[in-house]
Design a binder for this molecule. Structure first.
Ligand SMILES: [Zn+2]
Length: 147
């Protein structure tokens, strides 16, 4: 995508100065930036980035890479990712959490979801460890309210 286009992570900034530097190999400065860059990577099909930012403790890390990549390619191409709302992000030492609402559509059908994601530092870089879905209305949710 063109660098001047708005970033798919809904930051309101151009992709070129938002998530592209991370997709190009830069380290995310915090868990919110990592979460946003992963959503943008789903939107743009940056599968290698999704693999690279998965924590070794995530189940995907133990699966054959070729399978994980094929799965991610299916998911990134089958869905549209029109926007992200980060409700809250927090970091404590080497652990972090992000509560977000991801807008996701498959063939025009709304498959949006709310998730509380866990992140941890691994070799100095933040990586995605896993998450759990949060049911119900997402507006106004806080980590304390769901965690
Ligand atoms: Zn972005």
């Amino acid at each position: 995508m063109r660098g001047s286009a708005p970033c798919p992570c809904s930051s309101g900034r151009p992709y070129s100065s938002c998530c592209r530097p991370l997709h190009a190999g830069g380290a995310a400065p915090g868990v919110e930036a990592l979460m946003r860059s992963r959503y943008a990577a789903f939107a743009l099909g940056e599968v290698d980035y999704l693999v690279a930012t998965t924590h070794p403790a995530h189940p995907d890390a133990a699966a054959p890479r070729v399978e994980v990549v094929a799965n991610l390619r299916r998911v990134t191409s089958a869905f549209k990712y029109p926007g992200l709302v980060v409700l809250e992000a927090r970091e404590r030492g080497a652990e972090g959490q992000v509560l977000f609402h991801a807008r996701v559509f498959q063939k025009g059908k709304d498959a949006s979801f709310t998730e509380l994601s866990d992140f941890a530092r691994d070799g100095g870089a933040w990586r995605y460890k896993g998450g759990r879905l949060v049911e119900g209305a997402w507006q106004g949710l806080t980590i304390a309210g769901v965690g």
